[in-house]
Write a protein of this length. Structure first.
Length: 253
């Protein structure tokens, strides 16, 4: 009997499906539809880099996928016959390998560039794990603790936001790191008692700006599709590596 995740084919829908259909060039991104993969997709769209979008189900480990990436991880980017993976690593790789494509998602100033990396790391260690814990928690007390942890993490990052985006007018990798979860907040609102008021006005304004960004709109699937995907997380049945880590109390991969 297959695991639950195998039965839900991870396809892009709505605007995301339209965007995928428009990109079928030689540079390949292998993915399933999840927020970590959407980070890479957003970065590619921001910079206008030619790519080929191919959906895979990593739970089935299909042959053509394993030939490119024997570890079976998504997102995977094929570059000159070699595979790279891990969403934030891939976003920085895109910046370094395609410097002639604009806009840059990292500032030129060394201090500001380091500061961006600090807040990307903060997002990875504080905001996203709290989001996932709240999503998967079954006990009301645990939900309350995770919700408060998420509010505090979001407030702290929001205090650093200088304008519509983290650096002000310029969209950066901090925004890429956070953007996929913005259009998914309704899941927490509907099922986990999350209220954007709890995270504060600055966070609410920031996520509204992220949701209105063209690259985010173009890579986000229909809400009904997202709900189906997240139902198994809400029941604590998902078998993704992120879900397993949260369940075991380990850092997220």
């Amino acid at each position: 009997m297959g695991i639950p995740d195998e039965q839900i084919h991870p396809v892009a829908t709505g605007r995301a499906a339209e965007t995928a259909a428009q990109h079928q060039t030689e540079h390949t991104i292998l993915t399933q539809f999840c927020p970590f993969n959407q980070r890479v997709w957003i970065a590619l769209e921001e910079k206008g880099i030619p790519y080929q979008y191919r959906e895979v189900n990593p739970y089935k480990k299909e042959t053509h996928f394993l030939e490119l990436n024997p570890k079976g991880l998504v997102p995977t980017v094929g570059y000159k016959g070699k595979a790279l993976y891990e969403s934030l690593v891939l976003c920085e790789f895109i910046e370094e390998a395609y410097q002639s494509y604009e806009p840059s998602l990292l500032p030129a100033d060394p201090y500001e560039r380091a500061r961006v990396r600090i807040w990307i790391d903060y997002t990875s260690k504080n905001i996203i794990p709290a989001w996932q814990r709240l999503l998967m928690a079954q006990d009301k007390d645990k939900q309350g603790a995770a919700r408060q942890e998420l509010y505090e993490g979001q407030k702290k990052l929001a205090e650093q936001v200088k304008g519509p985006y983290f650096l002000g007018e310029n969209f950066s990798l901090v925004d890429v790191a956070n953007a996929p979860w913005a259009p998914r907040e309704y899941i927490l609102v509907k099922h986990r008692g999350y209220d954007t008021e709890g995270a504060g006005a600055k966070w609410r304004a920031y996520t509204e700006n992220l949701c209105e960004r063209d690259s985010v709109i173009k890579t986000t699937s229909d809400p009904d599709k997202l709900q189906v995907i997240y139902d198994r997380y809400l029941r604590d049945e998902a078998q993704s590596e992120a879900a397993k880590a949260i369940r075991a109390g380990r850092p997220m991969p």
